[in-house]
Design a protein around this ligand. Structure first.
Ligand code: GAL
Length: 672
């Protein structure tokens, strides 16, 4: 809990308005009017804070932080490393990145720094320490925001040396590295660590284990830089917790690892609400909220979102009335302790001048967007009692960055697209339709407390993972695996002796071959007569079809076509006190809806309501020691009746006895 209120506000860039004190005054008045209690400052302020090397000018920032604080507005203080000043790049070119073609970048853009460069580290440490001295004990500064959207790679000689050192630590000898990387293939054997180069587009790209280790190294080095920034703040005397803003399922960093270095996870969300069915987007956004909450299994923050249209998506579509409210409340529903915007005031020039903001170029409070921001602020004020309550899940979906990196880098079985994220979302939707909260966990996570674990396309089984799943199932857990699981070890070497590796007895089967389908090809799942799960319909499946041989499992559904018609497509095996399910192909959503409904009921992993949740409603729960909040949001197309839990309820927000309007919300509380 950062300031005893759900945080509300956004990124604010007063350095763009220092010549307009009238505007800075007005901003504070507008922020208060909108019910905002927090802003993020300083993220891109380096040039204003240190206009010349060693010439630090913090007075303007101190004045603003003080004035905000006096007006009840707290500050999340950014460190400025996300964009460096021109003098720094000109004097010390080593701070600029070398890209995958081997070229050093010129000054420009942002996020263009080498995270290994001693000069960049020295300069960021210096300014961070000074910021910490000025703001480290300021009662108005509640959180440090390290850099901005960490990401990107540098292949300069300094980074490559660091990579080699990292490899040496990992493998000890070059022979061991050669063995684990399978370098005898195409005569790629190395004689020494010094010969190893990062993957370059004009060099090595086909050694999958090299690519994978490079990505691991990038996470390692970025974390090292992140810790370096935090250490400097601590040295300067800063006491407040830290965060850094993450981006969706960003493929450049393993967020489960990175999250270990910060106190609070925060993320930036920019869903394209109009591109697909709104409900689909809500599930997509909801799944990412759940990932962010799961990274530390702690409350988190929505750091950025746009009050209306962004300017960088292919079409700048306005948020329809009510959408802004629904999006902000969805963060709270999924366990966030605050929901913030990018940005408070729209910039006047440069690349984001047409990006939506709480205060636009017109500058008044009588705009549609400002009114909705204000209404949302009022509601957040009313539901403040949710602060401190937590989302609890008995269902988990396995999502592992390293496994995804390796799977998507490999050639075969379908270079036209594995549709992995879609499969995750189909699982997620199947659970959420039932009102089951979902955590996303990686292979290193503890499975304690979960009863139902879904493992879609877990291509890589890292050391110890199969054993963990085995004891989870043995002790009464229900596990679901799909095709293309347990294929390789943690350096992307194929397992010998049958797959899914280490779990063939748990699943009661062996995967023998996998068929890639063209985009327009289709097969089907046909229910086996009187199957134990009561599946009755036929469902389509596409893209990948796994052919399995049963060794103890029983088939619930079989393939409908091709030479493998009649082969098992959905199977179950009892193992210890638990059950292990297998889905052999990429089935359509309606299969997952029906299949997971049955499994959620069987494992009692969703709250019991008086009636089923209608299509369009998302329901989540947040719990305290005293009881449970039930939060309903309508992402459908018409007003909908919502099913309540049985027993006495207190209404916290909205009207539970009326139909819930589109984009509306209801919150009720039930004591334990
Ligand atoms: C984020 C970034 C912000 C701003 C925003 C625009 O990715 O952190 O600084 O650029 O996008 O949508």
């Amino acid at each position: 809990m950062l300031n005893n209120r759900l945080l509300y506000g956004g990124d604010y860039n007063p350095e763009q308005w220092l010549d307009r004190p009238d505007i800075l005054e007005e901003d504070i008045r507008m922020l208060r009017k909108a019910g905002c209690n927090t802003v993020t400052l300083g993220i891109f302020s380096w040039a204003a804070l240190e206009p010349q090397e060693g010439d630090f000018r913090f007075q303007w920032l101190e004045n603003i932080v003080d004035r905000l604080y006096k007006n009840g507005i707290y500050t999340i203080m950014g460190t400025p490393s996300g964009a460096r000043p021109k003098w720094l790049a000109d004097k010390y070119p080593e701070v600029l990145r070398v890209d995958e073609t081997g070229h050093r970048q010129m000054f420009g853009f942002r996020h263009n720094h080498c995270y290994t460069s001693p000069v960049y580290r020295e300069k960021t440490a210096l300014i961070n320490k000074k910021l910490a001295k000025s703001f480290g004990n300021h009662p108005g500064v509640i959180l440090w925001h390290i850099s901005n959207e960490l990401g990107g790679e540098c292949r300069c000689p300094l980074c490559q040396d660091a990579f080699r050192r990292w490899l040496k630590e990992r493998y000890r000898t070059i022979d061991e590295l050669n063995r684990r990387w399978c370098t005898t293939f195409w005569s790629h054997t190395y004689q020494s660590f010094e010969q190893i180069e990062a993957p370059f587009t004009i060099g090595e790209t086909q050694l999958h284990a090299l690519n994978l280790d490079w990505k691991r190294f990038v996470t390692h080095q970025t974390r090292d830089f992140l810790r370096h920034e935090i250490d400097a703040l601590r040295e300067g005397g800063a006491k407040q917790p830290t965060t850094t803003n993450l981006m969706h399922y960003f493929q450049g960093l393993d967020y489960f690892k990175l999250a270990k270095d910060i106190d609070i996870v925060s993320w930036d969300t920019y869903p394209t609400w109009h591109k697909e069915e709104v409900l689909h987007t809500a599930y997509d956004n909801g799944m990412c909220h759940d990932l962010m909450r799961s990274l530390k299994k702690k409350p988190y923050l929505q750091m950025e979102s746009c009050p209306t249209s962004t300017n960088w998506q292919s079409v700048s579509k306005l948020k329809k009335p009510g959408m802004l409210f629904a999006q902000m409340m969805q963060a709270i529903a999924h366990g966030a302790e605050g929901a913030m915007y990018f940005q408070v005031r729209q910039s006047r020039g440069a690349s984001e001048k047409f990006h939506g903001a709480v205060i636009d170029h017109y500058g008044g409070s009588d705009t549609r967007v400002f009114k909705e921001v204000k209404e949302t602020g009022e509601v957040l004020g009313k539901i403040g009692e949710l602060l401190g309550s937590k989302v609890k899940s008995s269902v988990a979906i396995l999502y592992d960055w390293e496994s995804q990196w390796a799977m998507e880098d490999s050639q075969g079985p379908r270079n036209k697209g594995l549709h992995y994220m879609e499969v995750l979302l189909k699982f997620y939707r199947g659970f959420r339709r039932m009102g089951a909260n979902v955590d996303l966990v990686d292979e290193e996570a503890s499975l304690d407390g979960y009863r139902l674990l879904a493992c879609p396309m877990v291509y890589m089984f890292k050391e110890g993972f199969a054993e963990k799943v085995r004891s989870f199932t043995e002790n009464g857990g229900t596990v679901i695996f799909t095709y293309w699981s347990g294929i390789v070890d943690d350096t992307d070497r194929c397992y010998l002796g049958g797959v899914p590796y280490g779990l063939q007895d748990v699943l009661g089967l062996r995967s023998t071959e996998i068929d890639g389908l063209y985009d327009d090809e289709e097969n089907s799942f046909i229910p086996v007569k009187e199957n134990a799960l009561g599946m009755q319909k036929t469902y389509g499946c596409r893209y990948l079809c796994d052919l399995v041989q049963l060794h103890g499992a029983s088939a619930m559904m079989t393939y409908g076509a091709d030479f493998y018609a009649g082969y098992p497509a959905v199977t179950v095996n009892s193992f210890g006190k638990g059950e292990a399910w297998y889905v052999a192909a990429d089935a359509d959503s309606d299969f997952y809806d029906d299949f997971l409904e049955k499994l959620v009921i069987r494992t009692k992993t969703a709250p019991i309501l008086q009636g089923s949740i209608p299509d369009g409603i998302e329901m989540t729960t947040r719990e305290t020691e005293k009881g449970c909040y039930y939060i309903y949001q309508n992402f459908g197309t018409t007003a909908l009746q919502i099913p309540m839990p049985e027993g006495e309820l207190r209404t916290v927000y909205g009207n539970p006895s009326e139909k819930l309007p589109v984009y509306g919300m209801v919150i009720v509380f039930q004591e334990k």
